[in-house]
Design a protein around this ligand. Structure first.
Ligand SMILES: [Ca+2]
Length: 106
């Protein structure tokens, strides 16, 4: 768990060049490089741009660390719902709206 937290912070700071916010380009690069297995649409620059705008609470065009954590929280929630569903197929809880689309072939 501690390693996971450190990884998030390290990856963020590495991508931002040590700054407290990610530029549009840096965010795009980070998502494509680090999140392409867990997220769908990472090939689409427009989809990433839309996502960035959705995360950008203060509308400054950049993704601050708290804004970035919104994405991590969202992905973690989606993954946890997906795993719970796989473990208990009968219960089928209502999933989120599906950003974590790592469907495995059955
Ligand atoms: Ca922002």
């Amino acid at each position: 768990m501690e390693a996971a937290i450190k990884t998030i912070v390290d990856v963020y700071l590495k991508s931002s060049g040590g700054k407290d916010s990610l530029s549009a380009g840096a965010f795009q690069k980070l998502v494509k490089k680090q999140l392409h297995n867990i997220m769908t649409d990472t090939d689409s620059s427009k989809a990433i741009k839309d996502m960035r705008q959705g995360l950008d609470d203060n509308q400054d065009g950049k993704v601050s660390f708290p804004e970035f954590m919104t994405l991590i929280g969202y992905l973690s929630t989606s993954l946890s719902e997906q795993r719970a569903k796989e473990a208990n197929p009968a219960e089928t809880p209502e999933a989120g709206d599906g950003a974590a689309g790592d469907q495995e072939a059955t």
